[in-house]
Design a protein around this ligand. Structure first.
Ligand SMILES: [Cu+2]
Length: 172
């Protein structure tokens, strides 16, 4: 299952088409000398394979996994969903031979190192989730990125049928 967030690509294509009507306008190369904070970059973020492992016992935490790519250095800095009271970014840490879950402030990723949240590693954790979450097939979640801002995606409940086509790339 693939979900791509692409809001402004159509608009960009229209601008290009209109520009083609101009008489003598040489296409100006983008000369952005200073970073502008309202520049939209979210059309380039791709968020894929968003799924949740849900505990059948109501009220127990649920974990959300996903993959994301970005053409620029990015950071996932927050998460929220209407179906849970609290959502946190978690990672696993080995300590004294034990695997511990700890909360972190952000997950950094980059063009060369996509974000991969998966079982046994980094993940999102939902606390105080609605009763009946296990009966849902999908629910919305809002991801907050440092550069791209808020992006809402749909979470599929239950493990997707993943092909282990990249099984040789262990993160450990
Ligand atoms: Cu956790």
């Amino acid at each position: 299952m693939t979900m791509r967030v692409s809001n402004l690509m159509v608009l960009g294509a229209m601008v290009l088409a209109l520009g083609a009507c101009g008489v003598d306008d040489p296409p100006e190369p983008e000369t952005v000398s200073e970073p502008s904070s309202d520049e939209s970059v979210d059309e380039h973020i791709a968020i894929m394979d968003v799924w949740a492992r849900v505990n059948p016992i109501p009220g127990r935490p649920a974990a959300v996994y996903l993959s994301a790519t970005s053409p620029i250095d990015e950071e996932l800095i927050g998460v929220s969903t209407p179906i849970a009271e609290r959502a946190e970014l978690h990672t696993h840490e080995h300590k004294d031979g034990m695997m511990q879950m700890i909360q972190v402030d952000s997950f950094a990723f980059s063009p060369g190192a996509p974000l991969k949240l998966q079982p046994g590693g980094d993940h999102l954790m939902l606390f105080g989730s609605d009763e009946g979450l296990a009966e849902l097939t999908q629910f919305p979640i809002t991801l907050t990125f440092r550069e791209a801002g808020d992006i809402e995606v749909s979470v599929t409940v239950g493990e997707p049928e993943m092909q282990p086509d990249h099984s040789s790339h262990s993160s450990h």
